[in-house]
Every structure is written in C-alpha cells, then in structure tokens.
Design a binder for this molecule. Structure first.
Ligand code: NI
Length: 137
C-alpha cells in the first residue's frame, strides 16, 4: 500500500444501500469497498469540476433549429464570429429536410462559454440548446 488504508464505518438507510448494491452488482464490482472508493472518487471529481466554473473548459454546445426560420443561419454565423476566440470548430448536421443540429466545440473560459450559451439560446428559432462539458485534468 502506497498511502495506507483507513477503515470507516458508515450508517446508511437500508433502501439506499440496497439500491447501491444492486447497481454495483450490475456493474460487476468484486467488492462493495471497491465500489464505494470509486463513488467517492467521482464525488470529488465532480465537486472539483464545478468549482472550476471560472477556469478553462472544453465542451460542446449543441444547437437545434429549423433552417427555414428567417434569418437564423445569419444570426448563428454572426454570433459564432463574435465568439471566435473560444470556438474551436463547428459541426453542422442536417437532421432531416427541416431541422439542423449545430455542434459548436468550445475551449475557453467558462464565463465566456456561458455568455455564448445564453446568446445562442436567445436567437429566435432555436428550439433547443444543450451544453456538455468534457473532462480535462
Ligand atoms: Ni442543416
């Protein structure tokens, strides 16, 4: 053992433990301790990630819209030029005859990315916006 092991005792509601055990069984954990270690690691990673709201983030802004909507293509292009410093690239997928999905890959300060998400959401004709962050250590 490199860092030593501490033993802890934890009290849990029975139904919470049952649910946890059922999940770890499905996921194939060999022991409950191993699963709890992983759960604690994810909890810490998630917390650190949220704390980093002002730091550099890599992610994708997914934008859904009907390309027939008057002026929408220009509005999206103009907005993306205004944010060229944080936009790495954009993928455009023609979903069907009407709908488009634009996947805007972003890398930059979280505050700037939030501004982009807000502005893209405000464009008339945009029917859905979803921002997904990618992990970066
Ligand atoms: Ni399209």
């Amino acid at each position: 053992m490199e860092e030593g092991v501490a033993r802890i005792g934890v009290s849990l509601p029975k139904n919470l433990l049952d649910e946890f055990d059922s999940i770890i069984k499905t996921r194939g954990y060999s022991s409950r301790s191993e699963a709890i270690r992983d759960a604690i690691r994810s909890y810490i990673a998630e917390y650190k990630w949220l704390e980093r709201e002002k730091g550099e983030i890599i992610g994708v802004v997914n934008v859904m819209y009907d390309h027939h909507f008057k002026g929408i293509s220009d509005a999206l292009t103009n907005l993306q030029h205004n944010f060229y410093k944080i936009i790495t690239t954009t993928l455009h997928i023609h979903l069907n005859e009407d709908m488009c999905l634009e996947m805007i890959l972003v890398r930059g300060d979280m505050e700037e990315i939030k501004k982009l998400v807000d502005k893209v959401s405000a464009i008339r004709g945009v029917t859905g916006v979803k921002f997904i962050t990618a992990f970066k250590e």
